[in-house]
Design a protein around this ligand. Sequence first.
Ligand code: HMG
Ligand code: MG
Length: 308
Amino acid sequence: MSLPSKVRIVEVGPRDGLQNEKKPIATATKLELIRRLGTAGLKTIEATAFVSPKWVPQMADHAELFAAIDKLPDVTYPVLTPNMKGFEAALALGAREVAIFGAASESFSQKNINCSIAESLDRFRAIVDAAKAADVKVRGYVSCVLGCPYEGDVAPLAVADVAQALLEMGCYEISLGDTIGVGTPEKTRAMLKAVARRVPLKKLAGHYHDTYGMAAANIYASLQMGIGIFDSSVAGLGGCPYAAGASGNVATEDVVWLLRGLGIDTGIDLDALVDTGTWISKLLKRESASRAAHAILAKRAMQAAQAG
Ligand code: HMG
Ligand code: MG
């Protein structure tokens, strides 16, 4: 199959990227990150999670943050909503898109959202029904599609079952999460093949964490299968609080570099994105996980030295 001519990137840095940070991050810093990402050309920026502050303290400012975003007219700012309480709070603040998040593994579902997969699907159905009535779009996530931190291997059919259930209840898109980044291209292909028998390829997104450095390879394998939507996180920020040791998502800078090399335009200003990744990494006192950002910064420094 030929590669998709267009790819949509869903920037998840402000949510997936920051949710696991131990030290509190000021709401103003998060807002500035969201603003810079919008300026760099990201059209979908997952802003926060309307989850319990007891479970994920870093997202406790969700309401204050979401209300204060200076929303650009052509940018969507989805938020995570695990239950009706989260959905109603997000709706009251004018959210136009929410995401529900299930898992292909029972243990992860219990650890992450304190219920079984079946119970989670019942909860989600209520959210989707309420969202439909309010004309709010719903994205569905499936976690642990290539492995679970508690159960190990996850069967592709288990992923397909949950993805199909999310589609049938009314999610417009299903994001397939390699939560702990254990996937390799052949495993990714096998999983996608199983899911694509139940969910149209154009409704699937790849959400790959980069724990073993395989995320870009898995994106390439997914592109070859016709997937045209990928989630990523500026500077590769992040990790999941309920998946110990998992690193952040693939860095958005690296995805843009990969796609650019394939002749696929994303409309994203890579230089502005590198600046944003450098800024937030400094602020969090960490190295950016983006290889492309490091290379671009080194090239800039060399050019400046030559010029000066
Ligand atoms: P629970 O303890 O069963 O919920 O947690 P509960 O209904 O019994 O409520 C417990 C307390 O939380 C109550 O407060 C509620 O009011 C409050 P109390 O009465 O004790 O003071 N509460 C809430 N507060 C604010 N907003 C809410 C909310 N709901 C309840 N929406 C629950 C169940 C789902 C709430 C909890 O497990 C939770 O919040 N989990 C979220 C975990 C999470 O955010 N994980 C990370 C995101 S998933 C991820 O990263 C994977 C992904 O990136 C894809 C991939 O990588 O694979 C998406
Ligand atoms: Mg994730």
